[in-house]
Design a protein around this ligand. Sequence first.
Ligand code: ATP
Ligand code: HSE
Length: 321
Amino acid sequence: MAVYTDIAEDDLRWFLTEYDAGTLLSYKGIAEGVENSNFLLHTSKAPLILTLYEKRVEKSDLPFFLGLMQHLSAGGLSCPLPLPRKDGALLGTLSGRPAALISFLEGMWLRKPEAKHCREVGKALAQMHVAGEGFALTRPNALSLEGWQVLWDKSEARADEVEPGLQNEIRSELNFLRAHWPKDLPDGVIHADLFPDNVFFLGDELSGLIDFYFACNDLLAYDVSICLNAWCFEKDGAYNITKGMQMLEGYQSVRPLSEAEIKALPVLSRGSALRFFLTRLYDWLTTPEGAMVTKKDPLEYLRKLRFHRQISSPVEYGLSL
Ligand SMILES: Nc1ncnc2c1ncn2[C@@H]1O[C@H](COP(=O)(O)OP(=O)(O)OP(=O)(O)O)[C@@H](O)[C@H]1O
Ligand SMILES: N[C@@H](CCO)C(=O)O
């Protein structure tokens, strides 16, 4: 679920008077998502998404996220557009939370993406990287090496509860990544969480990307590695090289990867697998039993991490060199 904060109808009607959004016809909470509270609104004008930003989102980051959606949309990427208030601000307050209205994107996310969808995602990711050029604001990636260490420091003592031997394995993985993390690759604005539930399709056609709330400045190829992890493994843990090939070809049809980026893919993929392992591990250990949030399995990402560790050439991801 993701409705942490409830809203009263009167408050919502009052909130809407700040916008040129028409009058409220109906609203309902959206169960999906884990970070923020989302509502679908029908008004006399158009359907809208109302997002109340919850505790893990820094209020000072919101201008970056909302401004980015505007910048990407102006650059031709299909993504939600924040609706400005009558005073021009993109952000208001509702039920004591920072709140924004964003346009409703048609489509739905794919529960069982196929290789052809991975190609579309690769293409859209590259389009986002290109469209992100020239965005005036910057936001460092809070979930890179330093952030991983912080998460690990909070989880390490109990890690072996999840799987015996984890303490040593993750400690040495962090040491490895610190020593081998690439520094001189092309960077820019990355999505950083482009999982299947953040990509909408209408039939087989990609209709847009959502959820820019982890977006930040980092290595563009790191974003590619996140997508390889999120899209190209099967439920049984096997890497699907056909999906990888399609994803990478789709990406390179818009933005070719440099030799250095290709060479770095295994280490970047280890890093992105570790990133999702660590956030999931932390949530696993700290979310109280019975909380209305579906906890995601950290071990899925441990298995992916182990896969990347035994890669001997980027060709194994489906790249033709
Ligand atoms: N612009 C939009 N148009 C249509 N539906 C949307 C839009 N934004 C969000 N949604 C719906 O709300 C759900 C949750 O949104 P979102 O992924 O942004 O939430 P979140 O709490 O940030 O979650 P997470 O970070 O876990 O993915 C989506 O799966 C989708 O169903
Ligand atoms: N996409 C993340 C959760 C939300 O950021 C995960 O699957 O762990």
